[in-house]
Each structure stands twice: as structure tokens, then as C-alpha cells.
Design a protein around this ligand. Sequence first.
Ligand SMILES: *[C@@H]1O[C@H](CO)[C@@H](O)[C@H](O)[C@H]1NC(C)=O
Ligand SMILES: *[C@@H]1O[C@H](CO)[C@@H](O)[C@H](O)[C@H]1NC(C)=O
Ligand SMILES: *[C@@H]1O[C@H](CO)[C@@H](O)[C@H](O)[C@H]1NC(C)=O
Ligand SMILES: *[C@@H]1O[C@H](CO)[C@@H](O)[C@H](O)[C@H]1NC(C)=O
Ligand SMILES: *[C@@H]1O[C@H](CO)[C@@H](O)[C@H](O)[C@H]1NC(C)=O
Ligand SMILES: *[C@@H]1O[C@H](CO)[C@@H](O)[C@H](O)[C@H]1NC(C)=O
Ligand SMILES: *[C@@H]1O[C@H](CO)[C@@H](O)[C@H](O)[C@H]1NC(C)=O
Ligand SMILES: *[C@@H]1O[C@H](CO)[C@@H](O)[C@H](O)[C@H]1NC(C)=O
Length: 451
Amino acid sequence: MNPFFTIPLFFFIILSLTPSYGYDSLDPYGNITVTWDFLADNGDTVDVKVSIYNFQLFRHVEQPGWRLGWAWTGDEVIWAMLGAEATEQGNCTRFRGQTKPHCCQKKPTIIDLMPGTPYNLQSANCCKGGVLTSITQDVSKYGATFQMNYRKASLIDYDPTDPPPPQEDGNFTMPQNFTLGIPGYSCGKPLQVPPTKITKDGKRWTQVLDTWNVTCMYSQFLASPAPKCCVSLSAFYYSTIVSCPTCSCNCQGLPGAICVNDDKIPPLLSLPQGNDTAQPLVRCSRHMCPIRVHWHVKQSYKEYWRVKITITNLNFVKNYSQWNLVVLHPNLRSVNRVFSFNYKPLPIYGNLNDTGMFWGLEYYNEMLLTHGKNGNVQTEILLHKNKEEFSFEEGWAFPRKISFNGDECVMPSPDHYPSLPDNAAHITTTTTTTTTSFIVLFSVLMLSILL
Ligand SMILES: *[C@@H]1O[C@H](CO)[C@@H](O)[C@H](O)[C@H]1NC(C)=O
Ligand SMILES: *[C@@H]1O[C@H](CO)[C@@H](O)[C@H](O)[C@H]1NC(C)=O
Ligand SMILES: *[C@@H]1O[C@H](CO)[C@@H](O)[C@H](O)[C@H]1NC(C)=O
Ligand SMILES: *[C@@H]1O[C@H](CO)[C@@H](O)[C@H](O)[C@H]1NC(C)=O
Ligand SMILES: *[C@@H]1O[C@H](CO)[C@@H](O)[C@H](O)[C@H]1NC(C)=O
Ligand SMILES: *[C@@H]1O[C@H](CO)[C@@H](O)[C@H](O)[C@H]1NC(C)=O
Ligand SMILES: *[C@@H]1O[C@H](CO)[C@@H](O)[C@H](O)[C@H]1NC(C)=O
Ligand SMILES: *[C@@H]1O[C@H](CO)[C@@H](O)[C@H](O)[C@H]1NC(C)=O
């Protein structure tokens, strides 16, 4: 091969393989923000309100939910909490009184309460079992709030029979090192921001004493270096199905690659159920992905064309609740109808209205059942043929990008896309160059694993 061709190709492949930490072109500003509002200074204790907002366009927080953690900078202890609870009380032996603190740990982990928690333990906007929707999906469920009262660090060993110590003049110390307890997220340092304003009646606004924000960002690579879904394609004018690329998510036979054949289902009844943190246990396939998205160009009319999308769950140990699918295709700006799914175009900055989000209809298909339960969900979409650009040629009818639950899916190589029958000669010529680039890609992959 000509070296002048190989070297740029090499760098191109390296660049395209480099994981983009925390950056997702479909949701460049997406983040989860933790807001820490100091509500009242009681001298020896402080009241705070902590809110978690999912400002991501499509990524949601699913079961088992967020587990907010931080590190106190001093000797603080949490006396009481409403709307959430610490997972452990910790060592509170030094408090000999009748009432023990809620949590004495230096690094507490806070979890949400379940819906239906008794009212005396609730706070406003609480108790969602740790689950947050994206801001696109449901503006009433993308945030959660809890309140707590904690004892200031400097006063822990203060004897209550002594006269009260001088009041600190309003400066509060923020805890550090926040974590969300969800794979893939990392949080920045707390930043002091203008105090949150609260209104009771919509007329008069009061403000809290101090507000700090912590911004947490998602990185698909941090969550899992291996992809979690792949895309297969077909069209009414093309006789074969273009399946997911081999080894999209894993390779059968590699050490650690576990899969199960369909005829082995009965023993699976003894599998741990309902443990969403468990590793996927996938059906054996050449792509080894837990999720496959199939895009079928179904029909062409004079003014419109029809696409069928099927999402198949090949994971034996997970029901995907509140799943979502994001698709990038230029014709999405002319969506006419979407059947059986919810649909919303995504307002991405500088976007050409070519990206949209699909999710399930409540009580109908918002849950994508496990493979053992024949899990798949389907939609058909009707798109208006835009005269200037519409075409069945050059793979135009296929999506540019697809992500499932916020993780990008592996697409077949564009050279393999179904093409119109009169393009048959063209297919064979492109296949050779694809094979060559696949060999190069494969060697580079092997090299990067070995080095
Ligand atoms: C976090 O999201 C909010 C809301 O979309 C946005 O205003 C803010 O700039 C984002 N923060 C970062 C650091 O991207
Ligand atoms: C802090 O977080 C709140 C959400 O609670 C958001 O409305 C606000 O814009 C953020 N402030 C800054 C400066 O990022
Ligand atoms: C926060 O994490 C940093 C780095 O791991 C560590 O040096 C620091 O002591 C931690 N802060 C607290 C309060 O634990
Ligand atoms: C709990 O803390 C006390 C001091 O506050 C210490 O003496 C004791 O050993 C601790 N217990 C455990 C189990 O760590
Ligand atoms: C409070 O914070 C301000 C700004 O960071 C600082 O100038 C001031 O000295 C602090 N006051 C106390 C009592 O720590
Ligand atoms: C998935 O949902 C089905 C039907 O609700 C249930 O029978 C099954 O146990 C669930 N599986 C898991 C792994 O949660
Ligand atoms: C879920 O699975 C993980 C890893 O397999 C395990 O550590 C954890 O204890 C399990 N949780 C439950 C509730 O079974
Ligand atoms: C995208 O859609 C919005 C709202 O429908 C419209 O105002 C805007 O002009 C569209 N942009 C493009 C590039 O088509």
C-alpha cells in the first residue's frame, strides 16, 4: 500500500478511536448539576437544601438510581435528613445523648427515598427512588431535592453547657469530592454561584444565604470502554440485511466474553433478577451487544417514505425502563408522523434540526423487556420527501448516528449500506477498499491493545 495513503489513514483511525472524554456532540452541554443551598445558619448547625438536576437532553438516570457522595472537610455530622437518607449511620459513639445523629461518616453516601414514603419523612420534590428523566422527556421528573441539618465542623466538640461561641459571619465551608454513584459520571469542584431565589406565591422572592453548584459530566468511555449497542440495516429495495458489525461490543470466544444460546434459557430462571448493576448477559451473536437497533427502509410513496425502527433487547438480565433512542438523520426535520413512540426534535445549538429523540409510550412500551421475555419495541415513522435532498442513493436513507440510552451505537461501515439495485457494480468495487481499511483498522486495534 502507498505509504502516503497509509500514514494519514493511520492518524485518521487513531483520531477516530480516541475516546472523547465527557464530550458528546449530540449533547455538548449536557450535565447533572448538584445545587447546595445554605438555607439557615442556626449558630451550631446549618440547614441546607440539596438538589440534583439532570440537564441532559436524553441521558436519564435509571434504577438503581443516584447515590450522592461527598467528603466533609472537617468533623461535620448530619443530624437530620428529609427526602433522602444516608446509607450508613457510621460511628456515632461519641454522641452520648438521647438523639443520635443521622450520619457521622466522613464520606456519607446519600440515597433517594422511594415514592410513597410517609409524609413526615418527605421534602418538596423528593422521593423518586433515585430515578431522573432527561430534561426533554419529563420536566416534572428531571430533578430531586432533599434537606438536611448538619452540625458545623468547628463546634462538634463544643460543650452545650458553655456559653454559645461567637457566630461565624455567614461563610460556610463546602464539602469536597462529590460523586453521583452512577457509572460514567465525574464531578467538578463546587463553585459558588449567585444565591438561589425562592418564591412562595410568585410575587415576593427571597434568596438563600449561599449557593454552590457542582457540575457532573458523563463520559461513555468512563462508563464502559466497550459499546453497548449496534445498528443493523435493511431496505425494501435490497435483498439482504446488513447486520451489526462483527465484534461491535465484544468478540465471542475472547476471555471474559460470556454469552448464552437461546436453547439454554431454562437454567436462566435461576439468574439473579432485578439487579440492574449486574453485567449484561447477552445472547450469543457475532456482535455480542445487549441492544440491537434495526433501521428498515420500508416503503416509498410519492411524497413520503416510511422507516421502521426495531429495538431488540438481547440481554437476559435487564429490563430497560424509560429507554430512549437518539437518531441523527437529515430528513428528521420533515417528520410527518411517528407511530407507537414519543418523539421530540432535540434543540442542539447550531443544529440543523436533524436530530431527534424517541422514547416509549407510558403503559405501552416504555419498558423494553429482557430477551427471555421476547423483548423488543417498534415504531414506524413517516417522513416527507424533501425535494432538494431526498434520495435512496449513497445510503442517504440511513441514519448518520444512533444512540441508545445515551450511548452511541456501532454502525455498519457506510460502504456496506444497502444500495439501489442498479448500483450493483459499485457495491463490488467498494467492498475491496473496505476490506483493506478493515485490515488496517484491525491491525491498529490489535496494536493499541498490545501497547
Ligand atoms: C450544565 O447545563 C446547564 C443547562 O443546560 C447549562 O446552562 C450549563 O452551562 C452546563 N454546564 C456546563 C459546565 O456545561
Ligand atoms: C447552578 O445550578 C442551577 C440549578 O440548580 C442553575 O439554574 C444555575 O444556572 C447554575 N448556576 C451556574 C452559574 O451555573
Ligand atoms: C478530595 O480528593 C483529593 C484527591 O483524591 C484528596 O487529596 C482530598 O484530601 C479529598 N478531600 C477530602 C475533604 O477528603
Ligand atoms: C468509634 O469512635 C470512637 C471515638 O469517637 C472510638 O473510640 C471507637 O473505637 C470507634 N469505633 C469503631 C468501631 O470504629
Ligand atoms: C468569608 O469569605 C470572604 C470571601 O471568600 C473572605 O474575604 C472573608 O474573609 C471570609 N470571612 C470569614 C470570617 O472567613
Ligand atoms: C422484567 O420484567 C418482567 C415482566 O415484568 C419480569 O417478569 C422479569 O422478572 C423482569 N426481569 C428483570 C431482570 O428485572
Ligand atoms: C447486584 O450485582 C452486583 C454485582 O454482581 C453485586 O455486587 C450486588 O450485591 C448485587 N445487588 C443486589 C441487590 O443483589
Ligand atoms: C429548525 O427548526 C426551527 C423551529 O422549527 C426553525 O426555526 C429553524 O429555522 C430550523 N432550522 C433549520 C436549519 O432548518
